[in-house]
Design a binder for this molecule. Structure first.
Ligand code: COA
Length: 445
């Protein structure tokens, strides 16, 4: 059977940054450690005035096509995952294809284009669609381009404001991939939930605390579903576990839940029992409240153990590096978590080929999906080709006043003129609105 998976990836960050502990926290009157230690965030990325989901997605895709020496005819499918679309009918993939056609010979005339929506899990779903299309033998030797692109802005003053971010991830899904093979092992946890939504509005209505509970509940179900087909997951099965990362503090919570589940009924639980006792079992408690209190005490103790801390430091912490410095990229978030992990392995000079990743995605509304991937030869070269460090270092550092201007300029209900903070350099830019209210783009040399 031909291997199908991720052949290449590219990342494009918004070109502005907001320093959360040093610029945002003082104006909000907050302790900077709420951001650095509590949420686990240092900086958020923001789009400059000439950037949006189309420019960021097209710029990531162009880097990917240039590096892999692709022409439009090599691509049979373009799916864009986003929760920041500005058009209810014309998919963002058409705008991105239009941009790319300005700079390449040929066109994407025969590529099937679409837009995937399910909050932050849509990027993973688009990969899945591409995988199925190729596995079904319907790709005619062409690859699929998946772009996850978002401008994650919240209403000013919303608690989510601290977790904003903007950027895009482009992924090439193909046969005989150079980075990761998708295994087909997969589980879902999905229920109708009202935790985060945008009913005909630009900024989300969010029940932040509820969304955190729903994230954990749906992940647990996806885990059960995954194990029902792939067998029990053991702590050492996976080199890394990239989670959807709305902010690293969320993953810190999810990691602890995951570990409790991972070690239950294993020799590790027996080892741990010597110091912190066995995990509470519901049947041993009079009621749900007593059981939950016991769980909470057990988790506090588990968090402090060397066994847990070593597992977390090796398997989860390395996935958070990019997120910590860019904030929430919604659909792209789990994909930058994966990229962070692979970058970490390259920096540590790890021999990762043949190792597995457990990828845990989540979208509010709500659905979690867990699947496994196998790292393949070629991963290091692909990851070392990323230039995300240079991009992050060259971001313009906003003052709070400038941040307010940037938020206003991207707010569709406001009509403000703001000078750009950076100069475009060999990239797609937004140039204004057309006669049918379409957004227009050019390649700026
Ligand atoms: N030092 C260290 N930690 C601190 C701190 C300080 N000075 N002040 C606060 N913290 C910790 C809090 O204890 C909390 O951690 P905990 O949950 O482990 O207890 C964390 O920082 C966040 O503080 P909190 O007061 O809960 O923040 P908030 O109420 O302002 O908002 C969210 C947090 C997540 C609800 C908010 O950012 C949000 O709505 N985000 C958007 C939705 C989202 O991303 N959901 C996730 C699932 S998709």
């Amino acid at each position: 059977m031909t291997a199908v998976g991720i052949d290449a990836m590219e990342i494009w960050t918004g070109k502005l940054q907001l320093d959360l502990p040093n610029t945002f926290a003082p104006v909000k009157g907050d302790d900077p450690e709420k951001y650095t230690k509590g949420l686990g965030l240092e900086k958020s990325s923001f789009p400059d005035v000439y950037e949006d989901i189309v420019t960021m997605g097209a710029n990531a895709a162009k880097r990917l096509m240039d590096r892999k020496d692709l022409s439009p005819e090599d691509v049979g499918r373009i799916d864009v995952a986003t929760e920041s679309a500005f058009d209810h009918s014309k998919p963002v993939s058409t705008y991105i294809a239009g941009c790319l056609e300005q700079v390449y010979d040929g066109d994407f005339r025969h590529a099937n284009k679409g837009e995937r929506k399910f909050a932050c899990v849509a990027g993973t779903q688009a990969i899945d669609d591409a995988y199925n299309w190729i596995k079904a033998g319907r790709n005619r030797d062409k690859a699929a381009l998946v772009v996850a692109t978002d401008t994650a802005l919240y209403e000013r003053g919303d608690p989510g404001e601290a977790t904003q971010g903007a950027g895009a991830v482009a992924l090439l899904i193909d046969e005989d991939p150079d980075v990761l093979e998708l295994t087909g092992d997969q589980g879902y946890g999905s229920m109708d939930e009202t935790d985060f939504l945008k009913p005909n509005q630009q900024f989300p209505s969010v029940d932040g605390k509820r969304s955190m509970q729903v994230y954990l509940a749906r992940m647990r179900e996806a885990w059960e579903d995954y194990e029902s087909i792939a067998g029990k997951i053991e702590p050492d099965d996976f080199a890394y576990s990239p989670f959807h990362t709305p902010f690293p503090g969320m993953v810190r919570k999810a990691g602890l839940f995951a570990y409790r589940r991972l070690v239950r009924n294993t020799p590790v639980e027996d080892d741990l029992a010597e110091t912190i006792g066995r995990q509470p079992r519901e049947q041993d408690y009079e009621d749900r409240d007593a059981y939950e209190e016991a769980i909470s005490e057990y988790m506090d103790e588990l968090k402090a153990t060397d066994l847990y801390q070593n597992w977390y430091a090796g398997t989860v912490e390395p996935t958070l590096e990019l997120s910590r410095n860019v904030g929430n990229w919604y659909t792209g978030s789990v994909h930058i978590a994966r990229a962070s992990a692979l970058r970490h392995a390259a920096e540590m000079d790890k021999d990762l080929a043949g190792e597995k990743l457990l990828v845990a995605s989540y979208g509010s509304g709500a659905q979690a999906e867990i699947h496994s991937e196998v790292v393949v030869d070629g991963w290091r070269e692909e990851i070392e080709a990323l230039n995300i460090d240079e991009q992050l270092e060259s971001r313009y550092d906003l003052t709070f006043d400038e941040y307010e201007q940037v938020h206003n300029v991207h707010d569709y209900d406001k009509d403000v003129e703001v000078e750009e903070f950076t100069a475009p350099d060999g990239e797609f830019v937004f140039t204004g609105w057309g006669r049918m209210n379409e957004r227009k783009y050019e390649f700026a040399e």
